[in-house]
Ligand binder design. Structure first.
Ligand SMILES: Nc1ncnc2c1ncn2[C@@H]1O[C@H](COP(=O)(O)OP(=O)(O)OP(=O)(O)O)[C@@H](O)[C@H]1O
Length: 309
């Protein structure tokens, strides 16, 4: 089942992680949301919004549909019957105490759990209507459609340019690579800071710049979905704020699914929030404001208000 074994807490730098875009069946999702009624959320400021992300954003119909996902690591069950729909575009946050399965669920979306020998996944998870666990799905092709950014910035020991162009080269993506690299760096809010030193090593950048470089690397091949596993947790407050702003702008074009330990961050940047609790259970999934202001589930309220976890 695996071509490589990875630990879950260390960032990996493999081709399979560099999850650029190539759709094996472009027709399957080029109009994955035909006639969908996009929900426009009023996000016009923080004062009236109580700190919630209320800048303009369009969240669409489901692009990721998980049905009864169960995951085990050997005999230990990490996720139990997870069923949820992640809407296209916008930011969906996954929160919950340590060990409740947030990262495991994230890795179900691009089948990164395939790379963990002990992991076994059951259930169905569709991306734009196609179950990614169908036997005819190539996980590497899937990961081209689902980019991933990890907790610790993990640029390759290559130039800034080559970091961003990496996915384009290994996947033989045609086009003007100079232009694609520049656009990706611009979208990652890094171009202005590095435009005169693209041939310098990515390792020479600051932590926040390195993380934006990793984001540029993930989006250069134009994925549909961007998975982020605590992308700002290793960064200082200024760099964190830059990443949050960046996520907000990326969500206009990509479906962003983010794991965060930081509840304020989830409240600030996400449109939808999924609360996982101990036992690998998805306890509540709803609009972020509803989760934080008036959750249905008492355990979610207790968690949000800091009574446990
Ligand atoms: N590679 C692995 N091998 C064995 N068990 C694992 C592995 N990765 C995760 N687990 C276990 O699965 C459960 C869920 O872990 P996971 O990392 O998904 O939780 P999490 O909510 O993301 O935690 P955290 O917030 O601490 O990152 C935990 O009990 C964890 O120990």
């Amino acid at each position: 089942m695996t071509d490589e074994t990875v630990t879950t807490d260390e960032p990996v730098s493999t081709e399979s992680e560099i999850t650029p875009e190539i759709d094996p069946d472009p027709a399957s999702n080029s109009d994955s949301n035909p006639g969908s009624e996009s929900r426009t959320t009023d996000r016009d400021g923080t004062t009236e919004s109580g700190g919630f992300d209320t800048t303009e954003s369009t969240v669409g119909e489901p692009i990721i549909e998980a049905r009864d996902i169960n995951v085990w690591y050997d005999d230990v069950q990490a996720l139990t019957d997870i069923t949820m729909d992640v809407p296209e575009h916008g930011v969906t946050a996954m929160i919950g105490p340590s060990g409740c399965g947030k990262s495991t669920f994230l890795r179900c979306i691009n089948r990164m759990n395939d790379l963990i020998d002990a992991a076994r996944v059951e259930g169905e998870l569709s991306l734009a209507g196609k179950n990614v666990y169908d036997p005819d799905v190539d996980p590497v092709a899937l990961r081209r459609r689902v980019g991933m950014v990890f907790q610790k910035p993990n640029p390759f020991p290559k130039s800034i340019y080559d970091n961003v162009a990496y996915g384009l080269k290994i996947q033989n993506i045609d086009g003007d690579h100079d232009e694609i690299v520049e656009n990706a760096l611009r979208k990652a809010a890094l171009f202005e800071e590095v435009s005169d030193r693209l041939d310098e090593s990515g390792l020479e950048l600051s932590g926040g710049q390195q993380q934006r470089l990793c984001i540029a690397r993930a989006i250069a091949p134009d994925p549909e979905v961007l998975l982020m596993d605590e992308p700002a947790s290793a960064l200082d407050p200024v760099a964190t704020s830059q990443i949050e702003d960046l996520i907000d702008s990326l969500a206009e074009e990509y479906t962003v699914v983010i794991v965060t330990h930081n509840m304020q961050q989830a409240a600030r940047i996400s449109d939808k929030t999924a609360v996982f609790l101990t036992g690998g259970e998805l306890v509540e999934f709803d609009d972020t404001q509803k989760i934080f202001e008036n959750p249905d589930n008492q355990r979610v309220e207790d968690y949000i208000t800091g009574k446990f976890g």
